[in-house]
Each structure stands twice: as C-alpha cells, then as structure tokens.
Design a protein around this ligand. Structure first.
Ligand SMILES: [Zn+2]
Length: 468
C-alpha cells in the first residue's frame, strides 16, 4: 500500500484552513497532522513519496457537477470525448465530473444510460458519475426513475426549453417532481420558457436579425425568471426539492432567493461564463460572438453583481461549468446567417477552479467559499460527500496542490480541451494547479500529465445531502 505525504502546505476545505501535512494511504486520506509535529515527521520518514507543498494550497479536487462530453446537439457532437474532457478537467484541478446521460424521446432511461456508460467506460482520467436527462416523461420512465436512484443515478434534468427535443410541459414536469419527492431523486431544471423563446427566434430571423448577439436577446432574461418561478412553484406543489442549473439572470436569482427565504429546498447553480463574460462577448464582430453562444445566454454585465452576491449569501450554492465545447471552425460556423443554428455551449471544464481562484484574488469570495462552491457543496448536493469534496480521514485522496502565486494567461494555444478557441483567451489569472492526485494516484505531477484513460471510475451516488 503506497504512502504519500503532502508536506508543508495550507490545507483549505470549505470548513477550515490549517497548516497541516496530509497522509495518503491506499488511495484515501489517512490522517492530517500539524506540520513538523512528531506524527508528521514519522510519516515523512516512512513514506514512499513526499510531495513538497510549502507555500502552496492543498485543496480537495474540484467536483464539476455539470458537463456534456460528446453531447449530440444541433446535428453535431460536443468536441470533447470523455477521454479528452476528463484529462483537461484534471489539468484544471477537477477530479470528479457528473455528466448527463441523455434519454432520447421514445427510448428508455436504461438505453440512454447504457450508451453513456459505453462512451465513458475505460476512457476517463478522473472519476465520474451520471445525471439522467429525462426527455420523455411517461409511466414507464417514471418507474425507471426509482431503479436509477437505487443504482446511484440520483438526479434528473428536465427542460422547459428546446421544444421538440428535450422539452417537457408543466404536467410532465409535475409528474417527474412528484416521483422525485417519493424516491429521493433531485430534479434539475433548465429554466427558460422555450415556447415563448421560439416565437421570438422566428420573429428575429424573419426580420433579418441573424447575428449571434440576437441569441441573447430572444432568450430574454424575463423568460428565464418566469420559468424559474414556475419551476419553483411546481416543485412546491409536488413537495420536491429543485436544483436550477446555469442561472444567469438577476431576476432568476431573485426568484430563488425568494423561495429560499420561504424555507423551500430550492438551489441554484451558476457557471463561470455568467460571472466573467457578458453580452459584450456575444456582440463581437465577424461572427466571433458565436463562440459565446450558450443557453441560458450570457447577460449584460450588470447581472454579474447579482450572481456574485448570490454566491456570497448562499442563494446560489454551486458553480459548475456546463462544459459543452464546439469548435469555432466547422461547428459554431453551422450558424452563420442563422444564430438559431449555432450549437449551444462553451468550453470551460479546465478553467473553473482557476477562474474561481481569481475571484478570491479579486475579493468576490473567500478562499473557503471557493472550495465550498466548487468542491464541497456539489459533492453534498449530488450524494458524493465526504468521499469527494473535502480533505478528511476516510475521504478519497482527490487532492490538488495549488500554487496561489503562479501567473498564467488562458489561451487555446496552451489549454488541453479539444476545442479550437478559449472563451477566456488572453485572460490573466493568478494561481495555477501544480499537482493532482485522484484516489492517491498522480494525474498531474508538477505540471506534467501522468494520468491514463481508464483510471477514472464510475461513481454511483447517494441522494442529495444538502436538503434543509
Ligand atoms: Zn447543460
């Protein structure tokens, strides 16, 4: 059984910051002890390997609860496979992803889940779990939900957007929520009024407004707020908890805040793109705005303050990426002359931990809150805690040695995601991942990739551990 000691760093978890040495044995955290205490000296003497973390942070590996590797969308596929996407995640300090298996209309949940297992099996560099996208709520699929919860697929995403593809009407949503209330499954909602949005899309295109920036205008912020409100009240009627994915509008945050003040189990996730990018990017000339087309869309810059405030006050609890990359050449270009044909999604799985560290540097959030929203709470929300999301005896040794002083410039030329542009090209960031362990095995070692496809294991999940 290999023994690793991570020595001399500042261990930062959601709960505390301590100068401690960490002993890793058999892929798990065995113990923490004060640096230079007698026990810690003993570990160092007998360890197979000592990782020097002096001047560095020692943090739990990131948990990205929202990724879409190889997602079929708009006649193409997200450009990261499970192999390339999880490798890039590791480079960015993320050691667990929860990806979305997709049920197509007319198909069973089982068939959808099986095909996502086939895509991911033996491909991943880090551990992974699955949520299930429920596109066809009927008697059979409602029953299948119970079985999936038992098997560790404990969360189900529904869409109020994308009519004719993923869309569920209010009646179907209510039925799925009722089932979730019974079986412990957490309902995740893409909250945008897709029926109304489609009318605005049609009108915009008919009027010749075809550039990427109109994607943001037709997906109106009030149509996000309205759907968020409706999802909250449907969940309240069903007696189920609700997790709203990729919140971007200030008015949607207000709805979540209101619901939480009423004591409801309503949770909100936002993503780095809504915190750092805006409609200014969508309006970039020469079709460059297509790089920033995602749904919910980027909002005017003023919305960012409400998102940061929500993250500080815990009205928003999680930052995930919604990583869903499409290359500019050949994929985003499908929408030249018609913004509605631009594949929706942004790359980001590699950038999340760094961007949120920059938010610490910039004073938006505290260091412990960084770990809470990026590691601990997503693990709790999706039934992975304390195996994932913290550094404590018994936890998986998913550990990042993070250099808080390193300077880097984000660029497609140096990132590891399989996509031909970066949404943050040229952005200067203070802080960088140095070494990453996944269950005690090095994946990134002193800025060198030493992992392998197939190290990452499928990780069944418990039910939500975050309920009020
Ligand atoms: Zn998504």
């Amino acid at each position: 059984m290999s023994r690793i000691v991570i020595r001399g760093g500042l261990v930062v978890t959601a709960a505390e910051e301590v100068h401690a040495d960490v002993l890793v044995e058999g892929g798990r955290v065995a113990a923490l002890a004060s640096h230079d205490s007698d026990p810690a000296r003993g570990w160092t003497a007998s360890a197979d390997r000592v990782i020097d973390a002096a001047g560095k942070y020692v943090i739990p590996g990131g948990v990205d609860a929202h990724t879409h590797m190889e997602l079929p969308f708009g006649g193409t596929f997200a450009s990261d496979t499970f192999e390339t996407g999880t490798r890039a995640a590791a480079w960015g300090g993320t050691t667990t992803i929860v990806d979305f298996a997709v049920q197509s209309v007319g198909e069973s949940l089982r068939a959808g889940l099986d095909s996502w297992h086939a895509k991911a099996d033996a491909q991943c560099a880090i551990d992974y779990g699955f949520h299930m996208i429920l596109s066809d709520v009927n008697e059979d699929t409602l029953k299948e939900m119970d079985i999936l919860v038992e098997e560790g697929v404990t969360s189900f995403k529904l869409f109020m957007a994308y009519p004719g593809v993923f869309y569920s009407d209010d009646g179907r949503i209510l039925r799925a929520m009722q089932r979730g209330a019974d079986n412990g499954g957490l309902i995740m909602m893409h909250a945008e009024n897709g029926i109304a949005i489609d009318v605005l899309v049609e009108q915009a295109l008919a009027a010749g407004r075809t550039d990427p920036r109109y994607h943001g205008e037709v997906r109106h912020e009030l149509l996000e707020a309205e759907a968020t409100h409706r999802a909250i009240r449907l969940a309240q009627v069903a007696g189920s908890p609700l997790y709203v994915v990729h919140v971007s509008a200030r008015q949607a945050v207000e709805q979540i805040t209101l619901a939480r003040d009423e004591g409801l189990n309503v949770f909100g996730e936002t993503c780095p793109q809504y915190l750092f990018l805006s409609t200014d990017n969508l309006a970039e000339p020469d079709f460059e705005g297509a790089k920033y087309v995602c749904s919910t869309p980027l909002r005017p810059r003023e919305h960012q303050a409400a998102l940061w405030r929500g993250l500080r006050t815990n009205d928003l609890q999680v930052v995930s990426t919604d990583h869903c990359p499409f290359c500019f050449v050949g994929q985003k270009e499908l929408g030249r002359g018609d913004f509605s044909k631009i594949p929706n999604g942004l790359p980001g799985v590699e950038n999340r931990m760094d961007l949120l560290h920059q938010a610490v540097v910039d004073g938006h959030i505290s260091r412990r809150r960084w770990i809470e929203i990026a590691c601990a709470t997503p693990a709790r929300m999706f039934g992975l805690y304390p195996r994932k999301g913290t550094i404590a005896p018994g936890a998986d040794a998913d550990i990042v040695v993070y250099d808080p002083d390193a300077e880097q410039v984000v660029s497609a030329a140096t990132h590891h995601m399989n996509v031909d542009y970066s949404a943050y090209e040229g952005k200067r960031i203070t802080g960088r991942v140095e070494t990453v362990l996944s269950r005690g095995e090095p994946v990134i070692d002193g800025r060198e990739y030493v992992g392998r496809a197939g190290h990452g294991q499928y990780t069944p999940r418990g039910t939500c551990q975050y309920l009020v």
